[in-house]
Ligand binder design. Structure first.
Ligand code: COA
Length: 329
């Protein structure tokens, strides 16, 4: 084995066509655009069609990322899909994506680290490439959260949306490594402040579980808010330390798009000016594992990213989990 460096060679994303605005939501539950926007910064989110699944959203994002990286699906040796809303509990969604995009040479698995999934996925993919055993890896964060949200619960259903984002990681010489630092963490003691209680072996699917609303997402919003601000700011600082860079040397912060108030609070704690923090939660809501790669790809599409810039990814989610990574684009 010969250790290798890692770089992001391409990115892609996809959101379903249907847009659900705050006004639309106010016809479903007792809420208002004013309440949602002032507390979260969200105006609208995209919702997948009934026959459009996480693997479909993933595959569209993957195709764009492959094209952007200039490599063929056959050249992939690894596909990771981070998701909490897989097509099926088994088999894994990455294998379904492999089939849809035609990547027969890839090892495939899915992983679940809540909204931190993509940042965890980057770390796993980067580590596997660094081992010298893989050259091209496709890392996807994708969700059909509309399928796991309780559409009668106004405290949660207004927050989430569907979509997918992807990045191609490729091997480079060790001297040209662009994966500069990272930090991952978890606090399982708080596993039940943001979770879907049923559907696994602890509370298997049943009509009773469904009636008791155990098969949809439940959250203690206030607690999650506090943990998110703390978890993301501490993790961002640790990843920066690891990279040897100061926050002033970072060109862009791409944070998990859960809530604009959380993102701003993290920005303040980490000491980054607001113009360096990308925000698109207003148009997509919280797309969980998809939010960081959707934002990053949107920045590329808008021409905001230049090779050589230093990027700080930071995310937080159920588990609890958190993580940050510093890369040179
Ligand atoms: N529309 C209108 N009113 C709503 C509402 C909605 N969609 N959801 C809740 N309310 C009501 C509540 O019932 C409560 O009413 P009450 O005072 O009569 O009891 C009131 O608004 C305030 O609710 P509260 O929960 O205190 O609001 P909040 O200021 O804490 O904001 C969140 C709620 C969810 C926006 C906020 O806690 C949050 O963003 N948490 C983090 C969530 C998150 O990002 N999760 C994912 C992390 S990966």
């Amino acid at each position: 084995m010969k250790f290798q460096g890692v770089k992001i060679a391409g990115t892609g994303s996809y959101v379903p066509e249907k847009v659900l605005t705050n006004e639309d939501l106010s016809e479903i539950v007792d809420t208002s655009d004013e309440w949602i926007f002032t507390r979260t910064g969200i105006k609208e989110r995209h919702i997948a069609a009934d026959d459009q699944f996480t693997s479909d959203l993933s595959s569209e994002a993957a195709k764009e990322a492959l094209e952007n990286a200039g490599i063929k699906a056959e050249d992939l040796q690894l596909i990771i899909v981070a998701t909490l809303s897989p097509d099926k509990t088994f088999p894994n969604t990455a294998s379904l994506v492999q089939n849809k995009i035609g990547a027969p040479n890839a090892a495939c698995f899915s992983m679940e680290a809540g909204c931190t999934g993509f940042v965890y996925g980057l770390e796993v993919g980067a580590g596997m490439i660094a081992s010298g055993l893989y050259k091209n890896a496709l890392i996807i964060g994708a969700e059909k959260l509309s399928s796991v949200v309780d559409w009668t619960d106004r405290t949660t259903c207004v927050l989430f949306g569907d979509g997918a984002g992807a990045a191609i990681l490729t091997a480079t010489d060790v001297e040209n490594n662009k994966y500069l630092g990272s930090d991952l963490g978890s606090n399982g003691e708080q596993h039940d402040i943001l979770h879907i209680p049923g559907g696994g072996c602890a509370v298997p699917f049943s009509q009773e579980a469904k009636d008791q609303k155990l098969l949809t997402l439940q959250m203690n919003g206030k607690e999650v808010f506090k943990h998110a601000v703390n978890g993301m700011s501490v993790s961002a600082k640790k990843a920066l330390d690891q990279s040897g860079l100061s926050i002033d040397e970072i060109d862009w912060v791409v944070a998990h798009q859960a809530n604009v108030r959380i993102i701003n609070a993290v920005g303040q704690k980490v000491g980054v000016p607001t113009e360096k923090v990308y925000i698109n939660v207003d148009r997509f809501g919280n797309t969980s594992a998809a939010s960081v790669p959707i934002a990053f790809n949107e920045m590329r599409q808008k021409g905001l990213l230049k090779r050589g810039q230093k990027i700080l990814f930071v995310a937080f989610g159920g588990g609890l989990t958190w993580g940050a990574s510093v890369v040179e684009y």
